[in-house]
Write a protein that binds this ligand. Structure first.
Ligand SMILES: Nc1ncnc2c1ncn2[C@@H]1O[C@H](COP(=O)(O)OP(=O)(O)OP(=O)(O)O)[C@@H](O)[C@H]1O
Ligand SMILES: [Mg+2]
Length: 343
């Protein structure tokens, strides 16, 4: 078996590395690169100065330090593409008996990591904000009852009512968050029992009838017999509940909500259609993000946490189905869940 000769087989060595990597001479001229690096900087970069290709003084300095002091270093490197990408360049000397033979520059893609970090910190900020508002109201009323309203029985009754509703808002948020995390943990395990989607939706409609009546909204159902799917009845009811409740909440008085469950070939379809205000196109793809609301103030006033559609989306994913949203401003919205029938 032939031993590899380091420099002549440089390309083979570079290709074996997972991250985009460029090898440069001690004075910064490209000796070779792997496919990943060619995708970033172009396929024909041999004999060019890496500093010119990257336009990064920090990488140039790191190459000098690697050559002169045999130092390894890491420098941030951003690519202003659309969308922008963030890397960390790891710059390390290749030291042989004869000295520094080359310098390896490896680009580690941090874009995804940074996105996840941003989502995490946005999430914490959102949760804190949603909890802080009712908590501030609660503390305010406690103080008033300890002070000015201490002996005012009528005011106390009123304040206790508000405090109760704020406390239940906080517990609802926590329940929703727990529900979301439970469903996310189970998302890769598809449900194994068989349920009748029609039955699940029929029961949900019964539960929501009085809510609809109070909102002055008419629920119109269209069911065509049992539609069997592999599913978790509780989770599917949660989806139906949120879609129908949204349609009632956001379309309002004098409106009609149509709810249908039907079989369409191999597909089981739940349709919730309203003739409410509709949703502008640029909001539609974001509605299933946690806490995303078209009008946060409005949703909060209606007791919403902005988690309903995020939870629904995860449940539908767990059921290997699709949640489709069609909407037009002024015309209303149609939310549909498409699952696979089980028989
Ligand atoms: N049928 C609808 N018509 C108009 N806008 C809707 C409709 N359904 C949802 N939306 C918009 O999508 C947003 C997100 O809905 P989602 O169900 O996730 O949260 P929510 O209803 O505000 O709160 P929650 O469901 O946690 O009580 C809502 O705040 C609302 O702006
Ligand atoms: Mg909702």
């Amino acid at each position: 078996m032939n031993a590899l000769s380091p420099m002549s087989d440089l390309a083979a060595y570079l290709e074996a590395l997972a991250d985009p990597t460029v090898a440069v001479s001690p004075d910064g001229i490209v000796l070779g690169c792997n496919t990943g690096a060619a995708e970033l900087f172009g396929s024909d970069i041999r004999n060019q100065a890496l500093t010119l290709l990257t336009r990064s003084p920090a990488i140039a300095q790191a190459i000098r330090a690697a050559t002169l002091q045999r130092e390894k270093s890491r420098v941030p490197y951003d690519l202003y593409t659309v969308p922008p990408r963030a890397f960390e360049a790891l710059v390390a000397p290749v030291v042989t008996n004869a000295g520094v033979a080359a310098v390896l520059v490896t680009f580690r893609d941090l874009t995804r990591e940074q996105q996840i970090e941003k989502m995490r910190s946005d999430f914490v900020a959102n949760v804190s904000h949603e909890l802080r508002t009712p908590l501030a109201t609660l503390s305010g009323f406690v103080e008033t009852m300890q002070g000015a309203a201490r002996n005012d029985d009528k005011a106390r009754e009123e304040f206790l009512k508000i405090m109760k509703s704020q406390a239940s808002r906080m517990s609802r948020l926590i329940e929703d968050l727990l529900s979301l995390s439970r469903i996310e943990t189970n998302e890769h395990v598809a449900p194994t029992s068989e349920v009748d989607l029609t039955q699940v939706v029929r029961q949900t409609v019964e539960l929501l009838n009085s809510v609809a009546k109070n909102a002055g909204c008419e629920l119109q159902t269209s069911f065509s017999g049992p539609v069997m799917v592999m599913g978790d009845a509780g989770e599917l009811a949660q989806v139906a509940h949120n879609l129908i409740e949204n349609a009632i909440k956001y379309s309002g008085e004098g409106k009609r909500v149509e709810i249908a469950v039907r079989r369409d070939g191999d597909a089981a379809v739940l349709l919730v259609r309203d003739n409410g205000p509709g949703i502008a196109a640029h909001h539609v793809p974001r509605l299933t993000e946690r806490f995303y609301r078209v009008n946060a103030q409005d949703s909060r006033m209606r007791g919403g946490t902005g988690l309903g559609l995020a939870i629904s989306k995860h449940i539908v994913n767990r059921h290997r189905g699709k949640l489709l949203i069609e909407s037009e401003l002024g015309r209303g919205s149609t939310f549909s869940v498409v699952l696979q029938v089980s028989k």
